[in-house]
Design a protein around this ligand. Structure first.
Ligand code: GDP
Length: 193
């Protein structure tokens, strides 16, 4: 997809603040530092729109990005950051759960994982949560440029098996460094709009 416009429209913490429009939404989730901001920036051809690794785990808002006036990306704060207090973690959990389980516009969650490593316990929990609520999921295995091409299939297999990926969900090899997987990701997103 050719992105001609993208802008943050609102940072929301509660439903009353979500944009009051019927556009399809794709939420982006992943543990902090996984490469979520880089993914967003690459998909939107914007260098500094989503903030890359400023303070991991510190953006405790849902950031809505309007793209080409036809869809929203919703950046969900990263999980699994050790220095977050129990109270903050609970607030995060409530905010995410409310959004994911009640938003009619939500078409799919784009779950970002690191191709280099086996998905973490938090990744598995997030995916199980999404499947429990029957939310379609697009799994992005990023940082592919850090894994030799000869090992891609092996790493994809570990990712697929650890998450126990549903056959209806796409798993896409991605690199924010090279742009690999970008058109495939857009094609899957468009197919779910
Ligand atoms: P976030 O916390 O999930 O938003 O992660 P960031 O997008 O800030 O990325 C964390 C770090 O990983 C940064 O240093 C990025 O430059 C780096 N990074 C992200 N994606 C890639 C990728 O596809 N390839 C490589 N080599 N580095 C990446």
């Amino acid at each position: 997809m050719k992105v001609v416009s993208s802008d943050i429209v609102i940072s929301a913490v509660k439903p009353e603040q979500y944009p009051d429009v019927e556009l399809p939404e794709f939420a982006l989730a992943g543990r902090s530092n996984v490469g979520k901001s880089s993914f967003i920036n690459k998909m939107l051809n914007r260098k500094g729109l989503a903030r890359i690794s400023s303070k991991p785990g510190k953006t405790q808002t849902l950031n809505f990005y309007l793209i080409n006036e036809i869809l929203h990306f919703v950046d969900v704060p990263g999980y699994g950051y050790a220095k977050v207090s129990k109270k903050e973690r609970e607030a995060w959990g409530k905010m995410i759960e409310t959004y994911l389980t009640s938003r009619d516009q939500l078409r799919a969650v784009v779950l970002i994982v690191d191709l280099r490593h086996q998905p973490t316990k938090d990744d598995v929990m997030m995916y199980e949560f999404l499947k429990h609520y029957e939310i379609p999921c697009i799994i992005i295995a990023t940082k592919a440029d850090k894994v030799p091409k000869s090992k891609w299939q092996k790493h994809i297999k570990v990712t697929r098996e650890t998450l126990d990926v549903d056959s209806s969900d796409s798993l896409i090899l991605f690199s924010s460094e090279t742009g690999k997987g970008k058109e495939e990701a857009w094609a899957v997103i468009k197919g779910l709009m």
